[in-house]
Design a protein around this ligand. Structure first.
Ligand SMILES: O=P(O)(O)OC[C@H]1O[C@](O)(CO)[C@@H](O)[C@@H]1O
Length: 330
């Protein structure tokens, strides 16, 4: 199975790739449209290619769809807007159920995409949907309320520290690697803050050498209680006071000051459902507090010149916003 996407849609796909692999027993790769065009994956008529774009208006996604059509490779498109330009180039197109989201850089989109693929994986699994897996998924989704409350309280307590516009690292493994990538993207898009993402061991193989007290590190813990994160968390305090550790490790113990103590999940594949809301909430709330939503006029000028969405996208966003406002009034 090949999942083709960009930005947050790619990050969402990365969060579920391991899960889909387990559920189907087939190899799953996540890849950008550019890598497809550059021949970065062996794809033939036996590949199951899913092309994802929440807006359905990303020009690079459309270029990949055109390429697949020219090569005679069938695809399935997933989008949040079934009437978008993507439709014209798709063999089959489905709405993955995000509804109306008009913020250009997606948030609900990633969360919904992850939930969609979890359900999709369950349905594709050789044993069908098992009661216990469905129950685990339901419990994890219910635990998101606790996650939001915990993150809210943490942001309130640490807002001055979180408001420092210093470079940030997001560090996570497996499905949390996708969350780390999304955390860095949201810091760049919403907070205009330099941000990077790594797996923990890659982080320790060089990038950590630039650390100073002026850096922030977000650690997104594994499920495994004996993981390396604990060690790294403790040692990082020797370099910077700005560490934030998202973990379920301290659930029954006294929680250290810089730990965002979330409920645990029954399997590592479900962990993104609990870590993703934390980084999304921090990005959104800190962007409100710091009033960083606007780009610089220089960027606005650049953006005019370098189109990444189809022509009518801004008009389309406006109408999605109107739909969203109507929904809010109901
Ligand atoms: O899923 P889509 O709509 O193709 O968008 C991909 C990326 O493009 C952006 O919307 C930028 O315009 C990102 O925020 C997003 O992650």
């Amino acid at each position: 199975m090949v999942l083709v996407a960009s930005g947050s849609s790619l990050n969402g796909a990365m969060m579920v790739a391991q899960y889909l692999m387990k559920a189907t027993g087939k190899n799953v790769i996540t890849i950008t449209p550019e890598s497809i065009l550059a021949g970065g994956a062996l794809i033939d008529e036996h590949s199951f290619v899913i092309v994802i774009s929440q807006s359905g208006a990303s020009t690079n996604i459309i270029a990949a769809l055109k390429y697949f059509q020219d090569e005679g490779i069938e695809t399935v498109s997933l989008t949040g807007n079934i009437e978008s330009p993507m439709r014209e180039y798709s063999d089959r197109i489905f709405d993955y159920g995000v509804g109306n989201e008009y913020v250009d850089f997606v948030t609900m989109g990633v969360q919904t995409l992850v939930e969609f693929f979890l359900m999709f994986g369950l349905a594709l699994g050789s044993d069908g949907i098992s009661e216990s897996t469905l129950k685990d998924l339901g419990n994890t989704i219910r635990d998101q309320d606790t996650v939001i409350n915990t993150a809210e309280a943490y942001i309130k307590k640490h807002k001055l520290q979180l408001a420092q516009q210093q470079p940030a690292f997001f560090v996570g493994n497996g499905p949390n690697y996708g969350v780390a990538k999304e955390g860095a993207l949201k810091f760049q898009e919403a907070l205009k803050r330099p941000a990077m993402y790594y797996e923990p061991e890659e982080f320790l193989h060089g990038p950590d050498m630039q650390l100073s007290p002026d850096y922030t590190v977000f650690l997104l813990d594994d499920l495994n209680t004996a993981s390396r994160f604990d060690e790294v968390f403790t040692a990082l305090h020797l370099i910077t006071p700005n560490i934030h550790f998202v973990t379920s490790r301290y659930f029954s113990e006294k929680v250290p000051n810089d730990v965002i103590n979330i409920p645990g999940a029954s399997s590592s594949e479900l962990v993104p459902l609990l870590t993703l809301p934390v980084i999304q909430l921090i990005s959104a709330e800190m962007a409100d507090i710091g009033q960083t939503w606007e780009t610089t006029p220089f960027f606005a000028e650049f953006d005019q010149k370098i189109a990444i969405k189809t022509q009518d996208y801004q008009k389309e966003l406006k109408s999605i916003q109107q739909e969203w406002e109507k929904d809010q009034q109901k």
